[in-house]
Design a protein around this ligand. Structure first.
Ligand code: NAD
Length: 495
């Protein structure tokens, strides 16, 4: 059993080393590399993680294969019972899980709790799968019946990023497990601890050994998962650069793959927008989780005379206090990258309306305060690349037509939003922006369960959404069964 993670404040709290979990046993990864797991608020290690070697992936696949027949023999309703029990255990451990997320990722406790609750919502969706997957059956001709049943794929894998250590694995696990697969999860090496708890909760909920395995590590472990001939499908969530590599590599070995990448989300604001609604939502979108969300606002496209709204966003931004209303940046490298974008934009002529570079909290750690850059152009790195920090770049245009063209010229397609009180403007933007998840007066337009999460263009490689019903379809394949038991006396040529 893992010990309780007993933090109840932001005070630095140590925890157990991250290990592999294979066939229901904790075991040490066999790779050479060992890295600290840092609490970003303090910039100090809370534990360490040793990386898995390809032999560990082989062991996980072998355990998964051996466990599969008994798991697949269970009716889907019995597999879904695990989700009901896991949900209750997650609610029981809500505070512990939230503090663990907060300590390994850095996000504020409230943000961490929201993440855990959103993960639980994904588990609740998993409970509903037996009803959604109820077989479709039709007498297609006299005496002939067709039926669709969803069969598991086999051994499958998931690779997850640093920004949602608890929720993103739960974008995958309910559908894959209830669908009858055995899973190998490779969490981010920067935040490997929440996944330990996930493995233990699912085991406590009754998941058989070998059905959920955990391997730690980075690139080498991911490549071994992509290359393994006995892994049938793989989902990835992370940056576009790696999503593209992983998609190509997994598909090259014949796997089914769905790889979600990065983003550059545009919020379009027009003069008739409600000032309070717009400003509050824009703030939440670009500063929530310190801007480290694939759905975070990155560009504010200011159409015409909207200075009253920009002034309000600037006022609210300057009131943000790192350590209190804005959490730390997860790694030192990310902090340096974000600062680099701000410095570069300033050198290229952007105006730093609100400067978060001087802000630091007392505990040490990695920080950037809320930063507002005005007069950015789309060809500046701050105007076209993913910054992944609490920085909002304002690009000014004269018309809605220009705003839509600017959004659509960006290669990403995760999220897009418009702030307006005019239904015709909202309808025009929602009908034309080239993004998979769109919002009207909503800064973070995440489709909640049962609606599927997934962007377009360079924000996703592969078909379909990762959550919702699409997720179940991704981790299963439909078997079409046609049945005839007797010759019909009144048979026609299709019987
Ligand atoms: P990342 O791409 O660096 O890492 C993601 C995973 O890939 C990790 O598990 C990591 O170990 C592994 N990895 C890293 N480099 C690799 C390589 N060269 N080869 C194989 N595997 C490798 O992403 P991150 O920094 O952990 O997460 C932030 C990124 O994730 C942002 O770009 C963000 O937009 C994106 N993200 C996207 C979504 C979405 O739904 N589209 C959701 C969350 C995060």
């Amino acid at each position: 059993m893992l010990p309780h993670f007993d933090a109840s404040s932001y005070e630095l709290t140590g925890y157990v080393p991250a290990r592999n979990y294979i066939n229901g046993q904790w075991c040490d990864p066999t790779g050479e590399q060992v890295e600290p797991v840092i609490n970003p608020r303090h910039g100090k290690a809370i534990t360490e993680v040793r990386y898995a070697a390809p032999a560990d992936i082989d062991a996980a696949v072998a355990a998964a294969k051996a466990a599969l027949p008994a798991w697949q023999a269970l009716p889907i309703r019995e597999r879904a019972q695990i989700m009901y029990r896991a949900r209750e255990l997650m609610m029981r451990d809500l505070d512990e899980l939230s503090w663990l997320v907060s300590h390994e990722n850095g996000k504020l406790f409230g943000e961490a709790k929201a993440e855990v609750l959103k993960g639980i919502e994904c588990v609740e969706f998993g409970c509903s799968l037996p009803n959604l997957a109820a077989s479709q059956r039709l007498e297609v001709s006299r005496g002939v019946q067709c039926e669709v049943v969803y069969s598991p794929l086999g051994v499958v894998a998931g690779i997850t990023p640093f920004n949602f250590p608890f929720m993103v694995p739960l974008w995958m696990l309910p559908q894959a497990l209830v669908g009858g697969n055995a899973f190998i999860l490779k969490p981010s090496e920067q935040v490997p601890l929440s996944a330990l708890k996930l493995a233990e909760i699912f085991t406590e909920a009754g998941l058989p050994d070998g059905i959920l395995n955990l391997v730690q590590g980075g690139k080498e472990a991911v490549e071994a998962l992509c290359d393994h001939p006995e892994i049938d499908a793989l989902a990835f969530v992370g940056s576009t650069r790696v999503a593209k590599l992983v998609y190509g590599r997994a598909c090259a070995t014949g796997k089914r793959a769905l790889c979600l990448g990065g983003a550059k989300n545009h919020l379009i604001v027009v003069p008739d927008a409600d000032i309070d609604v717009a400003a509050a939502n824009i703030m939440a979108s670009f500063t929530g989780c310190a801007g480290q969300r694939c759905m975070a606002a990155s560009v504010l496209v200011a159409v015409g005379e909207v200075d009253h709204i920009i002034d309000e966003v600037a006022r609210l931004s300057s009131e943000m206090a790192v350590g209190e209303t804005l959490g730390p940046i997860t790694t030192a490298a990310s902090e340096a990258r974000i600062r680099g974008y701000i410095d570069d934009a300033e050198q290229r002529g952007a105006t730093v309306l609100v400067d978060g570079r001087e802000q630091r909290a007392d505990e040490g750690g990695y920080w950037v305060g809320a930063t507002l850059l005005d007069n950015v152009s789309a060809d500046m790195p701050a105007g076209c690349e993913e910054i992944f920090g609490p920085v909002l770049s304002i690009i000014r245009v004269d018309t809605l037509e220009e705003a839509i063209a600017l959004e659509n010229a960006n290669p990403y397609g995760n999220a897009s939003a418009v702030y307006t009180t005019n239904g015709a403007v909202a309808r025009e933007v929602m009908g034309r922006v080239d993004a998979g998840m769109c919002g009207v007066n909503v800064g973070v337009p995440v489709p909640r369960e049962p609606f599927g999460f997934g962007g377009w263009n360079d924000s996703k490689f592969g078909h379909g959404n990762i959550t919702g019903w699409d997720g179940f379809r991704f981790w299963t394949r439909p078997r079409k069964i046609t049945t005839k038991w007797a010759l019909q006396s009144d048979a026609n040529w299709m019987s």
